[in-house]
Design a binder for this molecule. Structure first.
Ligand code: ATP
Ligand code: MG
Length: 574
């Protein structure tokens, strides 16, 4: 269910897990019916073989006492056939449950992937890459476990348990009553084990998430770690996470290993007690007395009744340990979304040409307030109007909110109050590809994609042609350097073989390849030496020609000239 968000025009999706489950079951109705039939068949067929065995043993005992000889071959064949059929039904049940579980997982991942593309930039600044990966991999696997090894198996085992109890009570009331006393005790023990195991599992999942976060972070900062000589610190930090995960896993394994032996021993004790009581006189004998065939059948039922109880224990454990993962998926699906915008590559109305832009400002920031965290405003009633073709340099101390202002202009965030208009358009309402055709953005540092140089410029937008890529490389002065590479622009980008300045020029080529009317430059030359800075500045001057340019830098002002605006205390002045 979507509802408008009062603050930023974003929307929220409620209870996505239930929706995904129900729609998957509906779409796979035949498989769902197969699961239901297989569960019913495995429960009924599981109850029949001990009854046949009882007939067989009782018939043979009667024959020994001089009675008629039973149809041994027929009964034995029926016993084997029913046991086989029960096993077959169980296999079909497991296969069908697993297949249905995988469909649910697939539907959930598809839903989450679509959700990920609708999330605002704030989500990614709050959640690291490792955390998101863990959500998609570990937590969704948990959902599959919950579905196949949890809920459905729990239903099947509960049916088996009720069926066995019913048959035992009908054949030997005393044994049935002992079981009714023993089963709640076993269940209470199961609950105790579950609680402890759940705590251990939660600790283990937290450690796995931390490890998933720590490894890519370390890989990203490898050079810096070597430079600062903090390898020991990083190792100790990682060791601590691994130790934490290991200790939690040990605890969980301990409960796992203790649980089954206790349950199996209880089953043996119940059988022994019933047989003992049957040897006493009345009233015990009338309660526990059984024929030889019934004894054989009851021993089978008792061994069977503790299997579903122990399985139910494990299944409840699976369900409980899935709780944390499910909560994370639920929270993810309920995250605020960007308002729906068409993803198609298109020119938004009224922005294809700068026609009429003499009247419409290139950029208009009106009374904009914005805070990442409530109570800590970065912008407070900021105003700025940039007319088409103007060059504006924004200055301000570090942390003043300059890059944040660009985030708002780029449509990555929505203002808490006020409005941002780019050539009269709300940037958050623009399709991502249309946004690129309106404004080019050169961030503070270059972000490389896995791919060729051309793909790093087009960002895999198939509508951008090779001649456009060549023109952008020419414009930023990289054409000769790229032509000298073995496959030209089709050479895979190897960051190590590009200087910082060249990477910055590549970033500029990426920004101007769609020939945007507005260029946003964020400290483009901040990390460059003065010679490289001159090369980049030349490229900037060439790229700025005929465009509206908003730049963040003290130094570009000297080269690009234009109007200077000061950002201080959340206000823009100048
Ligand atoms: P610099 O000149 O150092 O690049 P800046 O003026 O560009 O600084 P911003 O990056 O806009 O500053 O940051 C402004 C403030 O907002 C800083 O205090 C920063 O810590 C905070 N900030 C920036 N990004 C986020 C974020 N994603 N979540 C929370 N706070 C943020
Ligand atoms: Mg900045």
């Amino acid at each position: 269910m979507n509802r408008p968000n009062d603050k930023s025009g974003t929307t929220r999706t409620d209870d996505g897990i239930r929706q995904v489950l129900l729609s998957t079951l509906r779409r796979n109705l035949a498989l769902t019916c197969e699961v239901a039939l297989a569960i019913a068949a495995s429960v009924v067929l599981g109850l029949l073989p001990p009854i046949v065995l009882q007939q067989l043993v009782d018939g043979l005992t009667a024959a020994l006492a001089g009675g008629p000889t039973p149809n041994v071959v027929g009964l034995a064949t029926a016993y084997v056939a029913l046991t086989l059929a029960g096993g077959g039904a169980q296999s079909v049940r497991e296969a069908a449950i697993t297949a249905l579980g995988e469909r649910v997982t697939h539907a959930m991942r598809t839903r989450m992937e679509a959700k990920l593309r609708r999330l605002p930039a704030q989500y990614f600044s709050r959640h690291g890459a490792g955390e998101v990966t863990s959500l998609f991999v570990a937590d969704v696997n948990t959902l599959e476990d919950l579905f196949s090894s949890g809920v459905l198996s729990l239903v099947a085992d509960a049916c088996s348990l009720v069926g066995i109890l019913w048959v035992v009570l009908a054949h030997c009331l005393g044994l049935g009553l002992v079981l009714l006393v023993a089963l709640p005790a076993v269940f209470a023990f199961t609950r105790h084990v579950q609680r402890r195991t759940r705590q251990a599992q939660a600790a283990r999942r937290a450690a796995v998430a931390d490890a998933n976060q720590a490894v890519p972070e370390t890989m990203r900062c490898l050079r810096m770690i070597g430079l600062l000589g903090v390898q020991g610190h990083m190792l100790r930090r990682y060791d601590a996470i691994v130790e934490r995960g290991f200790a939690a896993m040990e605890q969980s394994n301990f409960y796992d290993s203790v649980y089954s032996p206790v349950v199996i021993t209880t089953g043996a004790a119940v059988t022994a007690l019933s047989l003992d009581l049957a040897t006493l006189g009345d009233p015990w004998a009338s309660l526990f007395g059984m024929t030889a065939g019934t004894v054989v059948a009851m021993i089978q039922y008792v061994s069977q009744v503790f299997t579903p109880i122990s399985d139910i224990g494990m299944e409840i454990q699976t369900i409980q340990s899935a709780g944390a993962g499910l909560d994370r998926i639920r929270r993810f699906l309920a995250e605020e979304e960007l308002p729906a915008v068409p993803m198609a590559i298109m020119e938004p109305e009224g922005t294809a040409q700068p026609a009429g832009t003499k009247d419409v400002p290139a950029l208009e920031v009106r009374d904009v307030s914005f805070a990442y965290e409530p109570g800590a405003p970065i912008l407070a009633g900021a105003n700025l109007t940039v007319v088409p073709g103007q060059v504006v340099t924004i200055e301000g101390r570090t942390g003043a909110g300059k890059s944040t202002l660009f985030g708002l202009v780029l449509g990555l965030f929505s203002p808490d109050a006020g409005s941002v208009r780019l050539l009269g358009q709300d940037p958050t309402a623009l399709p991502p590809c249309a946004r690129r055709r309106l404004m080019g953005y050169v961030p503070q540092s270059f972000f490389a994609l896995d791919g060729t140089i051309a793909q790093n410029i087009t960002l895999r937008d198939p509508t951008i042609t090779d001649p456009q890529v060549a023109r952008s490389l020419e414009l930023v002065g990289l054409a000769d350097a790229v032509a000298a590479l073995p496959q030209g622009a089709q050479t895979p980008l190897d960051q190590a073989s590009f200087s910082q300045g060249q990477l910055q020029l590549l970033s500029l080529a990426r920004a101007v390849v769609c020939d945007p009317q507005v260029l946003l430059l964020d400290e483009t030359t901040a990390n460059l030496d003065s010679a490289t800075e001159h090369a980049v500045m030349d490229a900037l001057l060439a790229a700025s020609h005929g465009r509206t340019v908003v730049s963040i830098s003290h130094r570009t002002s000297g080269f690009l000239g234009g109007r200077q605006v000061m950002l201080a205390d959340g206000h823009l002045e100048g």
